[in-house]
Design a protein around this ligand. Structure first.
Ligand code: SF4
Length: 418
C-alpha cells in the first residue's frame, strides 16, 4: 500500500480558522474487546473483529476503503463510528543521507505534531534498529528554554490513537523498504507524564502482541520529572524504559533549564526514578542536553555523579540542537567528551549521542514552530536577553566558588592563550 499522505512537496500550513476536532475515536485507540463489542453491535459475526484488527495492525491499509476484506456496507458503518487514521496529512523531510526522517503530522483540528524516524543500519556487533521518536501532546506546558516546543506553549493532549497512529505511519513507511519499526521513544513534543492516561494506553497498544506488537523493553517513556507520574508508573511495573530529562543536577540551574524542577526538585525526581528501577528491575536513563558554558563544567559533571552515583543509572550526553530563540549553543565536542569521561571515571555509565537531522530542524518542535510562523524579531530578542540574565543568575547560584572549565578560561583570556 502506498502512503498517500507522504508527498514530499505537501506543505502543511496552519489553517486560518482551525477545523473542529473530529469526534469519532481513532480505531487504534481501542482494545480488542472494544472492537469486538462494536462489531457485535453492528450485527456482524465475531470473526469480523479479527479482520478489523488485521487491517488496523497488520495490513498496509491507510483508510477504511483499503480494507477490502470487509464488505463495503460494513466499512461505511465502521467509518461512521471510527477513524481508521487520526492523522489527516503528513509532510516529511529526510536528513542524514536518508537515515533520519522528520515528519510533521496534521491532526483533525489542524494541530501539528512531529515524529522523527531514525534508522540505525545493522553492523557486525548490532542488529538493524529503526527507532521512532513520537509526540504525546501538541505543544508543551513545561517551557524548557532550549526547546522549540516549549516556545510554542501548550495546545492540547493527544488522544491515544493520535499517539499510536504516528507509529502506524512509521511502520508503513518502513514496510515500503522491507524494514520494521523496532523501537519507540516518547521524546517528541509534549511531556508524556502530563498526558499519562493516554500515554499508558498508547504504550500498552504498542506493546500488545495482538496489536502493534513491539517488545515492552523497546518502548521508552521520557519525562522532565513529573514525580506523581513516575510513582504511578512504578506501581504499574511495566517493562518500559524510563528516561529522565536531567540537564542539570543542581536545583538553581535546573530551575532554569527544566522549569518543572521548581515543583518537583531534582532529588525527588531521582528518588522516584530509583523506586521505578527497583519496582521494574529496569535501568533508568538520564538525558543530559549539553549547552555551551551553561551546564557542561567539571563541577556540573561532579554534581551529576554525586546525584546518580550508586544508582546504576545511565547518562546520555546530547549536544544541544540550535534553537533560534535562545542565545545558547551546543557544547563543543571536546567539552562533551571531557564531561562524559569525568562521569565514566566516577563510575557512571555514559554514552555520547550525536544529534540526528540537524539540517531539517532536529530540535523537538522546530518544524511545527516554522509552520506556525516566526515570532516577531523584537520578541525573539527580548526572550534571548531575558535568558542571558536568568542564566547568569542561575549560574551564579549554582556555581558559587567553582572554577570554569579550562577551555572557557582560555577563551576568556583570548586567542592563543594556554
Ligand atoms: S524539552 Fe520536553 S518537556 Fe521541555 S518544553 Fe520541550 S517538549 Fe516540553
Amino acid at each position: 500500500m502506498t502512503e498517500p499522505a507522504l508527498l514530499p512537496d505537501v506543505r502543511l500550513r496552519p489553517a486560518a480558522t482551525p477545523p473542529p476536532r473530529d469526534p469519532r475515536p481513532g480505531v487504534s485507540g481501542l482494545g480488542g474487546a472494544d472492537v469486538a463489542r462494536l462489531v457485535a453491535e453492528l450485527g456482524e459475526p465475531p470473526f469480523r473483529g479479527h479482520q478489523v484488527a488485521d487491517a488496523v495492525w497488520r495490513s498496509g491499509a491507510a483508510a477504511w476503503d483499503d480494507v477490502t476484506t470487509l464488505a463495503r456496507p460494513l466499512r461505511a458503518a465502521l467509518a461512521e463510528r471510527l477513524r481508521f487514521d487520526t492523522i489527516v496529512g503528513t509532510t516529511s523531510r529526510p536528513a542524514d543521507g536518508g537515515t533520519t526522517e522528520k515528519a510533521l503530522h496534521r491532526l483533525s483540528d489542524g494541530r501539528l505534531v512531529e515524529s522523527v524516524l531514525m534508522r540505525y543500519p545493522g553492523r557486525a556487533d548490532r542488529r538493524e534498529r529503526n527507532t521512532l521518536c513520537l509526540s504525546s501532546q501538541a505543544g508543551c506546558a513545561v517551557g524548557c528554554p532550549f526547546c522549540a516546543t516549549g516556545e510554542l506553549g501548550f495546545e492540547r493532549d493527544l488522544e491515544v490513537a493520535e499517539i499510536v497512529d504516528q507509529a502506524r505511519h512509521a511502520r508503513r513507511r518502513l514496510a515500503g523498504d522491507g524494514r520494521h519499526l523496532t523501537n519507540v521513544v516518547f521524546m517528541g513534543m509534549g511531556e508524556p507524564l502530563l498526558n499519562l492516561d493516554a500515554v499508558i494506553a498508547a504504550a500498552a497498544a504498542l506493546t500488545d502482541p495482538e496489536r502493534f506488537g513491539l517488545g515492552a523493553r523497546h518502548v521508552t517513556l521520557s519525562t522532565s520529572g513529573v514525580v506523581p507520574g513516575i510513582e504511578r508508573l512504578a506501581r504499574l511495573r511495566p517493562q518500559w524504559t524510563l528516561a529522565i530529562s536531567l540537564h542539570a543536577a543542581r536545583d538553581p540551574l535546573r530551575d532554569l533549564l527544566v522549569p518543572l524542577n521548581r515543583r518537583w526538585p531534582v532529588a525527588d525526581v531521582v528518588a522516584a526514578a530509583g523506586a521505578y528501577a527497583r519496582a521494574t528491575g529496569r535501568r533508568v536513563s538520564y538525558e543530559y542536553v549539553m549547552i555551551d558554558g551553561i551546564n557542561d563544567t567539571p563541577a556540573d559533571a561532579d554534581a551529576v555523579a554525586r546525584l546518580l552515583g550508586g544508582s546504576g543509572a545511565h547518562v546520555n550526553c546530547i549536544p544541544m540542537n540550535p534553537v533560534a530563540h535562545t542565545p545558547w549553543q551546543a557544547s563543543p565536542p571536546g567539552r562533551v567528551a571531557a564531561f562524559a569521561e569525568r562521569l565514566g571515571a566516577a563510575g557512571i555509565g555514559v554514552t555520547v549521542r550525536r544529534n540526528r537531522g540537524q539540517e531539517v530542524g532536529a530540535a523537538c518542535g522546530q518544524l511545527a514552530a516554522e509552520q506556525a510562523g516566526e515570532p516577531p524579531a523584537p520578541s525573539v530578542a527580548r526572550r534571548r536577553e531575558r535568558l542571558v540574565v536568568e542564566s547568569a543568575a542561575a549560574l551564579q547560584a549554582a556555581r558559587s566558588g567553582e572554577a570554569p572549565p579550562p577551555d572557557v578560561r582560555r577563551a576568556r583570556r583570548g586567542p592563543g592563550s594556554r
